[in-house]
Design a protein around this ligand. Structure first.
Ligand code: B1M
Length: 210
């Protein structure tokens, strides 16, 4: 199974074939990171087609579901690569009001394969749920995705909720998503920002002192 085919299956929204294709690529000895990259490339093209009105909301929803089918196979392969013993705990989610989770899932999968213990709260998550999870798990990093301009202010909510709970100096807050940049993220109360999944993992490792 070549990787271009995987990219193509995402672009063509082939939800019934993607899991088998990913499985085949892994069995052929392809690196899970390369497979992840091929999936992301497909998603970039879906986004481009949406922006030029070639795809509509229905196609976007189906693209999201197709990515999820791929992740079901990819995630265990990523987890199997993890050889570390002492794990840094990371809480991740997409902020309240935002139902985009493809980028967040990508980050989560990469974190797992990089030896982190990941608590994924899903999407549309309020600050109280995040604070409760940090308290319960003792996580030292919170990673937030915000894809909508309208929801970036939720980052400040989370920052302030952590502060009110007396946890802000124990937890590093990193954020990502298209409407953000480093300057805005810091102004909103985050410690760090990453423009893509690879730099996200690099920055999270730095925040964790790894
Ligand atoms: Co929507 N959507 N969407 N959408 N959608 C965008 C984001 C948009 C830019 C499209 C556009 O208009 N050009 C636009 C937002 C405009 C804005 O506010 N600035 C938009 C809109 C408007 C909407 C709706 C309001 C549409 C409507 O209903 N009229 C609606 C909102 C619903 C809601 O959230 N409440 C909506 C809905 C949807 C779908 C549900 C149909 C679907 C999401 C499916 C899903 O996620 N399960 C969807 C999609 C697919 C998109 C686009 C096309 C693609 C997003 C994506 O998955 N990209 C997007 C346009 C685009 O980006 N070209 C768009 C692939 C993914 C791998 O990248 O998530 O950016 P991304 O993550 C990257 C980086 O940002 C970074 O690393 C990731 C990997 O490289 N990153 C992090 C992300 N999080 C990070 C966290 C980190 C570090 C890095 O640390 C923790």
């Amino acid at each position: 199974m070549d990787l271009e085919k995987i990219t193509e299956l995402i672009i063509e929204l082939e939800i019934d074939d993607i899991a088998d294709a990913v499985k085949e690529a892994l069995e052929d000895g392809k690196d899970p990171f390369q497979v992840l990259n091929a999936l992301s490339k497909g998603m970039d093209e879906v986004g481009r087609r949406y922006e030029i009105d070639e795809y509509y909301l229905a196609e976007l929803v189906l693209a999201g579901e197709t990515m999820k089918e791929a992740f079901k196979v990819l995630k265990p392969a990523m987890e199997a690569m993890d050889k570390s013993e002492k794990k840094t705990k990371v809480v991740i989610c997409t902020v309240k009001g935002d139902n985009h989770d493809i980028g967040k899932n990508l980050i989560g999968t990469l974190l797992l394969s990089s030896g982190f213990e990941v608590f994924d709260l899903g999407m549309d998550v309020d600050s109280k749920t995040i604070v409760d999870k940090v308290k319960e798990t003792g996580a030292t990093i919170v990673g937030l995705s915000s894809l909508l301009t309208m929801t970036v202010k939720q980052i400040t909510e989370v920052h302030e909720a952590l502060e009110a709970a007396g946890l802000r100096d124990k937890v590093k807050l990193i954020v990502g998503g298209a409407p953000l940049n480093m300057e805005l993220s810091k102004r909103l109360g985050a410690d760090d920002f990453a423009p893509d999944a690879v730099s996200g993992i690099k920055n999270i490792k730095e925040l964790a002192g790894i």
